[in-house]
Structure formats: structure tokens, C-alpha cells
Design a protein around this ligand. Sequence first.
Ligand code: HEC
Length: 101
Amino acid sequence: MKFAIAFVAVSFFGVSNLAFANANEAGVMVSNGCVNCHGEEGRGAAVGNIPPLKGRSKEFLVTAMEGYRKGTLHGTVMNRVMKDFDDQKIDVLATYFSSVK
Ligand code: HEC
């Protein structure tokens, strides 16, 4: 099953991203829900003003996600999105989105 998901992720992003597929495999999978709002690979939404995530510093992304989770940062939806995320998932996501060029 895990292999099947990885295969779909790799074929979806195509051959040019194969080099990144292993290092970022986890990030791609965990980020599935995020891209619905933040755009493909976190490039920013086509409509609305949802901020892009790609290429932002890892430090910024971790701080923002932790802030939403702890409630020190107030958003319209992100507090709910981050509620069930643990440190490890936040780290994986921040590593992934900060690495997208
Ligand atoms: C339902 C839509 C939606 C989903 C799903 C979503 N986001 Fe967001 N995100 C937003 C909006 C809207 C904002 C602006 C703050 C707010 O209003 O909550 C935001 C803000 C952010 C910010 C701060 C960016 C900045 O420039 O301040 C980060 C980081 C972030 N989201 C990460 C994520 C990650 C990682 C996921 C997936 C686990 C995710 N978001 C899923 C809508 C979404």
C-alpha cells in the first residue's frame, strides 16, 4: 500500500522530479490536504488570497504552523487545520515546502 501511494506520487510529479521523490516522498504525501487550498506544491491559490508556501524558509513555516496549533497566531482556517498535527508532521511539511523551488 505504501509502495502504491509512493508510486502514484512519483508518477504524478513526473520524471523531472524523480531526484526529489525519495527525500520528499513523506512531504508530498503529508501535504495532500494543504495543496487543496495553498495550490499545487504550495505555489499559492489561483483564487483568493491564500498565501504560497513554497520556497519560504523552513523556520518561518515551522513558526507559523506552531503558532496556529498553539493558538498564538489567529487565522480563519489554519487553527483548525493544525489542531491535530504533531511536531514531526510540522517538520516534514516545513522541510518539504521550503524545498520546493
Ligand atoms: C481550507 C484551506 C486551507 C488548508 C486545507 C490549509 N491551509 Fe494553510 N492557510 C490557509 C489560509 C486561508 C491561510 C491564511 C491564514 C488564515 O486565514 O488561516 C493559511 C496560512 C498558512 C500559513 C502561513 C502563511 C503565511 O504567509 O502567513 C502556513 C505556513 C500554512 N497555511 C500552512 C499550511 C499547511 C502545511 C497545510 C496542510 C497541512 C495547510 N496550510 C492547509 C488555508 C488553508
